[in-house]
Every structure is written in C-alpha cells, then in structure tokens.
Design a protein around this ligand. Structure first.
Ligand code: NAI
Length: 348
C-alpha cells in the first residue's frame, strides 16, 4: 500500500495505493526535526499524479514552517488523495488512508484540509490513532476552521495597524477568495467587525449564500484578485499570487488562509515593490494547527492553551511586520529567517 519514493528535499515521501477502495494519493513527511510530522489531509481533483505529488511536497514543507512559526513541537507533513470529494469519497477509501497512516506508526499525524470534515476524520480513526480534528473522543478538537479564521482575522488586524495606523477593520473592503470552511468563518468575523465584503467562489451557490448572509458583493473567480478592495484574503487554493496576478492587484494588503499563496520565491519581493503588504500565509493561518496540536499533544486545559498560542501567534506576526519594516525587506523573508533560526537552534 505504501511505496517510498526517493527525495532529496523531504525526509520521506510515500505513494499510497489501495486498488480495492480506489485510493490513490501521497503522504509527505518533510521534517520530523521538531516532533512528529503533522498536517492535514487534502482531497481534490488533480490534473495528474505529478501535480498531486508537487502539492504534497509543497504543502508538507509549508507545514514544517507553519508548525515552527507557531512554536509547536511538531514537524511538517501532509497527505493528499486524488479524487473529487463530492463524488469519490467513500468510507472504504478513507479507511484505506487510515491504514496507510497507521503504517507510519506515529511519524505522521493527519487532520482536515480541503475536502475533509470531522466525520471523515472519525472514519479514518477507525484504522489509526494518528488522526486529530475529530468531533469526539479523548482531547477531540473538532473542525479547526473557525480557529484558523480567527487567527487570520487577528493577523489582518496586525497588518491593518501597519498599513492604516489602526487595527479596526470596520469599513474596510475585504475580498475573500473561497467561501469554504475557513473562508466562510472569515466572512462572518469580518462582517461582525463591520467590514464590507467582496466574494468569489467556484461554487456559485456558495457565493450567492454570502451575498444573502453578509450583504457581500459577488464577483467572478477570475475577478477577485484584481478587485478594487483594501484587503485581499485568499482562502481557496495556493499559488494565486504570481507574475500574472501581482501586477493587477489593487488591494493594499494580502492576508488569507490558503497555504502556499506565493507561486514562486520572488513573488514576496514583487508584492513589496508594488507597495502591497503580504502577510506570510503560514504565520497567519496557524490557528488551525494550534487547535489540532492540542489534540495531538493531549493537552488537558485545551481552551487556555489554544488562547495562549493564538495570542503568541499574533504577537509573532506583529513582530515580523515591525522587523520587516525596520529592515526594509518583506515580512515573508523575516518569517522564513525566524523559522530557519528555530530549526537550526533545535539542530544545534
Ligand atoms: P474548503 O475545501 O472547505 O473550501 C475551499 C473553497 O474554495 C470551496 O468553497 C471551493 O469551492 C473554493 N474554491 C476552490 N478553488 C477556487 C478558486 N479558484 N476561486 C475561488 N474559490 C475556489 O477548504 P478550507 O478548509 O476552507 O481551506 C481553504 C484554504 O485554507 C486551503 O488552501 C487550505 O489548505 C487552507 N487552510 C485551511 C485550514 C483549515 O483549518 N481548514 C488551516 C490552514 C490552512
């Protein structure tokens, strides 16, 4: 079921195949330097197996950075299943993935990512102990999305403080790309804070629901990135900030939940050159993994533990933004440097 693939960049990469259930996917362990590799399971349609492999490589590396930035004793990992969650997700397929995860004997812990729910985690938990984000059971943490959204909105306030001199988001025009588990909660929080919303989702019904619930303005999936807004919140897929989209962005600030928003290394500098404040995604979206970590680490006082770490995450973002401004470099560069320092301190 698990075939180890050669890698020069990751500790372990496995192809996962179970013909009986139709499971095809990958599990990537980028690093277990800080602890067991932890990161969600994603199910989506990919153009090819190579595209799915590239996704798991990027995402698992991103988890090493995210977990280190959040100060968690966890390494970076991720898993993907190739297929449409709406039509191809079956209990047998999820249980097969559970058996594959169990086979790694705790070196990788999974939880929800795109296309997955707490009910799916419960199915996976029938085969393995190494699953979090469950609704029930010891230390169950449930859906991480509301906590991810909270962290994103807290980060947005830290960014607003730097751009406009006040953290208050009331009256700001925020464009939210993707109205799924996280994006919807982001909209709810922003609406409650008095922000105005512009939204886009591949699922037209989802976008329409946001128009009804929040009085949002609906724009096309292609139009959201260049919309006339104050803040852009990518909450769908990665790689949306690239050489084509960056020149057209009109927002002053970007802060969202999506993983790996920058398509290439130089994109943070390109955004900075245009005077756009980009808040490093893996710092802004760490709330979910903090919530999940309380389950993995069996924290007894989970509410206060999560609160303390969310506060530390926001302080870290404020520190990153201040240091980037002082040094005249992008916040993404400072965040990467801080993570490298943490990893090398651990190695030393
Ligand atoms: P989800 O699957 O619940 O929602 C994604 C939404 O984006 C769906 O409504 C989908 O129709 C829409 N979408 C997909 N492609 C789009 C496009 N090109 N333009 C506009 N809309 C599009 O996923 P979820 O859980 O809300 O995650 C969103 C992003 O946040 C992902 O990148 C995920 O990796 C990241 N993330 C999620 C966390 C969580 O707690 N769920 C934690 C940290 C990061």
């Amino acid at each position: 079921m698990l075939t180890r693939l050669p890698s020069s960049t990751h500790e372990d990469i496995y192809r996962v195949v179970d013909p009986a259930s139709g499971l095809r996917g990958f599990i990537g362990l980028h690093s277990t330097q800080l602890g067991p590799a932890a990161g969600g399971l994603r199910m989506r349609v990919y153009d090819s197996e190579d595209a799915a492999l590239a996704d798991v490589l990027n995402l698992s590396r991103g988890m090493s950075f995210k977990n280190a930035a959040a100060g968690l004793p966890l390494g970076g990992g991720k898993a993907v299943i190739i297929g449409d969650p709406a039509t191809q997700k079956t209990p047998a397929l999820l249980r097969a993935m559970g058996r594959a995860i169990e086979g790694l004997q705790g070196r990788y812990w999974t939880a929800e990512d795109m296309g997955m729910s707490p009910a799916d985690m419960a199915e996976i938990a029938r085969e393995t102990r190494y699953v979090a984000g469950r609704d029930q059971g010891d230390h169950a943490s449930g859906d991480p999305s509301p906590v991810t959204a909270r962290g994103v909105c807290d980060a947005m306030q830290a960014g607003a403080m730097q751009v406009w001199g006040k953290a208050d988001l009331a009256g700001r025009l925020v464009g939210v790309q993707g109205l799924g588990h996280v994006g919807w909660h982001v909209c709810q929080r922003l609406h409650d804070a008095g922000a105005r919303l512009v939204v886009a989702d591949m699922d037209a019904a989802r976008a329409q629901a946001a128009v009804t619930a929040f009085g949002a303005k609906k724009v096309s999936v292609s139009g959201i990135l260049s919309a006339d807004i104050d803040i852009l919140a990518p909450c769908a897929i990665g790689g949306v900030l690239d050489k084509d989209s960056i020149p057209a962005i009109r927002a002053r600030m970007i802060c969202g939940a999506a993983n790996n928003q920058l398509a290439a290394q130089g994109d943070a500098a390109a955004l900075m050159a245009r005077g756009i404040l980009y808040l490093p995604d893996y710092v802004a979206n760490g709330g979910g993994i903090i919530n999940v970590a309380a389950e993995i680490l069996h924290i007894a006082e989970r509410d206060s533990w999560v609160e303390d770490r969310l506060a530390a995450m926001q302080a870290n973002m404020a520190h990153i933004l201040a240091r980037a401004k002082a040094e005249g470099v992008s916040p993404a560069e400072i965040a990467d440097r801080l993570v490298a320092e943490r990893l090398s301190a651990r190695a030393g």
